[in-house]
Each structure stands twice: as C-alpha cells, then as structure tokens.
Design a protein around this ligand. Structure first.
Ligand code: ZN
Length: 170
C-alpha cells in the first residue's frame, strides 16, 4: 500500500464530475488497490474522509472513518467505522440543518463554517459491489455530504454562506 498525492484546490480533477464505477472496474486489482491506498492516505493525513478525485482519480468512490481525530476534535465523540462507498448518492436529506466547521485535505490549513443537513440517506455499493443504503446523522452526515460534493466537483467553500468565517486553522 502507499500514501497517495492529494490534489489541491486549483487542480482540475477537483472540479470535474467523477465517473460512475462499474462492477468490472471495481473488482479489478487496480480499483481495489486504489481503495486500499485511499484508506491509508486518509489515515496518514488524519482525515475523516477522502474522495477519489482528491487523489487524482476521477472515480465515484469515497472513504470515511471517524475516530480519535485531531483535525475535528468535536467530531471524535461520534465515531464512524471505516466505510467505503462506491457510486454514493444522497437519496434524501433533512430540512433540518446545522452549521459547523469544515476543513479539507485539498484546502490545507483552511476552515470555514458550512451549513449541512442534519440527516441524510445514502445509497451506493460497498467495495465488493454489494448494494448498501443507510441513514447517517450529525457529524457522519456532514462528512458524507462533504465527500459526495467532491464527486460533483464541489468543495466546502462553495457551500459557505458567509465567507467571513473562512480562516486559517492554526
Ligand atoms: Zn474535502
């Protein structure tokens, strides 16, 4: 396994729509290696989530894991087991919203307040192409919305209603 290079804002791959992944492609050695490397990269960077375009692969794959995390100390209360979602899609999102800080490995050193839905339902496939669908709330729902945005060429600053909260995190 290896740590992958993370694309930073300004690189085209972050502004493209990711491609859907077919069963054949997902089951290939290359795609499975990519997923292993995405997990390793996410953990190495202390990230809580990673989308394939962030490692220069314009594919619809995200990884999420929330445990003791220095980047989001408040989030560590709500731990999320390692989850890989292929072709994720938000099928419903609550009207109820909440605002909290977000940061992104592709915008190193920056954070800002973003409003997100409190609850979402996500549908997709696991890394073996088994269909999955689940509900998430709170911090987990926030991370999913952030990562799925990456698959549509969006980053968190595009979602900020008031750019005055944009700040260096240190
Ligand atoms: Zn991000």
């Amino acid at each position: 396994m290896s740590i992958l290079k993370v694309a930073k804002l300004g690189q085209n791959v972050l502004r493209q729509t990711a491609e859907q992944v077919s069963e054949d492609v997902l089951k290939s050695e290359a795609a499975q290696r990519l997923i292993d490397n995405m997990i390793e990269t996410m953990v190495d960077y202390d990230g809580v989530g990673l989308a394939a375009p962030q490692v220069h692969e314009p594919l619809s794959i995200i990884t999420v894991q929330v445990e003791d995390n220095a980047r989001y100390p408040e989030g560590s209360e709500e731990s999320v087991p390692l989850t890989v979602i292929v072709n994720p899609e938000i099928t419903s999102m609550s009207e109820e919203k909440f605002t909290d800080w977000e940061a992104c490995l592709s915008l190193p050193g920056l954070g800002g307040l973003v409003e997100r839905s409190l609850n979402v339902t996500v549908k997709g496939y696991d890394r073996h192409y088994k269909p999955l669908e689940f509900e998430a709330k709170g911090f987990f729902a926030r991370v999913l919305q952030h990562e799925i945005d990456h698959l549509h060429g969006k980053v968190f600053i595009d979602r900020m209603k008031d750019m005055r909260s944009l700040a260096f995190t240190d």
